[in-house]
Design a protein around this ligand. Structure first.
Ligand SMILES: [Zn+2]
Length: 200
């Protein structure tokens, strides 16, 4: 244990995902030793992002206005929604240029170990978007790992009775990883080769 603010910094950093106690300590001492301007710039950026960036009221992608750039764009295809776990997955799919529809960002994936069930995700908010019949295809583009699979299976069961075309990305994505780690050619191919989900 360190004194006061140093320990506070280690504790705060240790709360970030993927940062264990050792990494938190290493980062804290990096910050302590770093140039003051550099650290202030980081602090300012953190404040700015929390004060100005919000989540789109329609799809929950990050947005600088009430609606994100994609939801505001009238040229986007209104008949297809691509469901992803995080905003970073929107960026990954956009990079492939294979999709011209809109998105729905769940805010994670079902993971009983981490206490994340369907109610912790933006699934409830997806339903009204599918209610008026304008959307005909829902593409489930969750990560190719256990949690992503569980989430896609849950959504398939939920959405199938609504008579929509439910598709999943073709196999070929690196299994166990995040969607964002797939290169754009591989992800683009998986998108192009997406298949309707069989009844489960
Ligand atoms: Zn949006």
């Amino acid at each position: 244990m360190y004194e006061g603010p140093v320990q506070d910094l280690i504790d705060e950093l240790g709360r970030l995902p993927g940062i264990g106690p050792k990494s938190a300590q290493r980062l804290a001492f990096h910050i302590l030793a770093a140039d003051s301007d550099e650290v202030m710039r980081l602090a300012d950026t953190l404040k700015l992002v929390k004060n100005t960036v919000k989540f789109c009221e329609v799809c929950f992608n990050v947005a600088e206005e009430n609606r994100c750039r994609i939801c505001r764009d009238p040229r986007r295809d209104q008949t297809a929604i691509c469901v992803v776990e995080e905003s970073k997955d929107v960026v990954a799919v956009e990079r492939t240029r294979e999709f011209r529809g809109r998105y729905h960002v769940l805010g994670g994936a079902i993971s009983p170990i981490d206490g994340i069930g369907p109610d912790e995700l933006r699934i409830r908010e997806l339903m009204p978007r599918l209610a008026d019949g304008a959307v005909t295809e829902v593409i489930l583009a969750t990560d190719p790992n256990l949690e992503g699979e569980a989430t896609a299976t849950y959504l398939t069961r939920l959405l199938k009775p609504m008579g929509l075309r439910i598709t999943r990305l073709a196999s070929g994505l690196p299994v166990g990883g995040d969607l964002e780690y797939a290169d754009e050619v591989t992800l683009g191919r998986a998108f192009e080769g997406r298949r309707a989900v069989d009844d489960q």
